[in-house]
Design a protein around this ligand. Structure first.
Ligand SMILES: NC(=O)c1ccc[n+]([C@@H]2O[C@H](COP(=O)([O-])OP(=O)(O)OC[C@H]3O[C@@H](n4cnc5c(N)ncnc54)[C@H](O)[C@@H]3O)[C@@H](O)[C@H]2O)c1
Length: 280
């Protein structure tokens, strides 16, 4: 006897995110801001977040978070902005409560805030395996791994209750291979990558997907301001042997947020133009 395929086996028709509320941490500037724009383009209501009002100005991207939010407010979806340190549990709760009250429950969480940023808010002066200051090591680990975990702890239980949600954590190529300098940053990103797999396992029976995107070097303003760049890698010609643009990372995040990836969970997508070709 022939059987017809169940309706759920049909391809999802679009990347449509209308009716969904997405929060992207660290979206006042850099990759996070581009990710917010990609999610708005797909119809999501969005929460723009940063550690402070002033964060978007640090590398000259915008005057402040209010200015960023104002520019994104007229694109046809609902928007709001929140500020708070993702390593501060009370601040995280306050932000999530504010979103619930204003836009409703969050169904897309993109943990993008982070970076190789030490206790003083800049790159650690000594940044190797043995010489980084403990203060910087703790700050980098907290800002990346603990912050990501804290956001998941605040938002995933609601997603699990509703059996609906997609979490996308931002890792880094550095989290997949031995590097020096940026050692503790690499360790924090490796922790995020593995936390992604573990959380995906816990969320599996509950219908909540958890994935990560690990970008290769990407031309955010902070990236360009904090290292010596190779002119040959800046060109966006046909070769993939170059730096990524923020939009190329945002497109991968948008796919993982959308129904097009509805059976993809626990996966780490390295978006690096084939710079890393090992198996794991
Ligand atoms: N640019 C790259 O080459 C690259 C490569 C791999 C991974 N990444 C990752 O992508 C993400 C974005 O990086 P970017 O290059 O756009 O840098 P960025 O500095 O512009 O973005 C990081 C954002 O996180 C915010 N943030 C930092 N600590 C925070 C905290 N404790 N609480 C709340 N917000 C905080 C910052 O204010 C900023 O808005 C980071 O997680 C970074 O590690 C970047």
């Amino acid at each position: 006897m022939s059987q017809t395929a169940p309706a759920s086996a049909k391809p999802a028709s679009s990347l449509d995110l209308s009716g969904q509320v997405a929060i992207v941490t660290g979206s006042g500037r850099g990759l996070g801001r581009t990710i917010i724009e990609a999610l708005i383009d797909l119809g999501a209501d969005v929460v723009i977040h940063d550690i402070s009002e002033e964060a978007p100005a640090q590398y000259g991207e915008d005057a402040n978070l209010t200015a960023v939010a104002a520019k994104l407010a007229d694109r046809g979806t609902r928007t709001m902005s929140v500020t708070g340190d993702i390593t501060d549990e009370a601040a995280v709760k306050r932000m999530v409560d504010a979103v619930n009250e204003r836009l409703g429950p969050i169904s897309i969480l993109v943990n993008c805030a982070g970076g190789d940023i030490g206790a003083a808010g800049t790159k650690p002066a000594k940044n190797g395996a043995l010489d980084i200051s403990l203060e910087d090591a703790r700050a980098v680990m907290e800002r990346n791994f603990i912050g990501t975990m804290m956001m998941c702890r605040a938002i995933c239980p609601g997603m699990a209750e509703r059996n609906h949600g997609s979490v996308i954590n931002v890792g880094s190529l550095n989290g997949h291979m031995g590097v020096s300098p940026e050692v503790i940053y690499a360790c924090a990103k490796a922790a995020i990558v593995h936390y992604t797999r573990c959380l995906a396992l816990e969320m599996r029976p509950l219908g909540v997907r958890v994935n990560a995107v690990s970008p290769g070097p990407t031309k955010s303003a902070r990236f360009l301001a904090t290292r010596t760049t190779d002119a040959k890698m800046m060109d966006e010609g046909p070769s993939l042997d170059r730096y990524a643009s923020p939009a190329e990372i945002a497109d991968a995040v948008a796919f993982l947020a959308s129904p097009k990836s509805r059976f993809v969970s626990g996966q780490i997508l390295r978006v690096d133009g084939a710079a890393s070709l090992f198996a794991a």
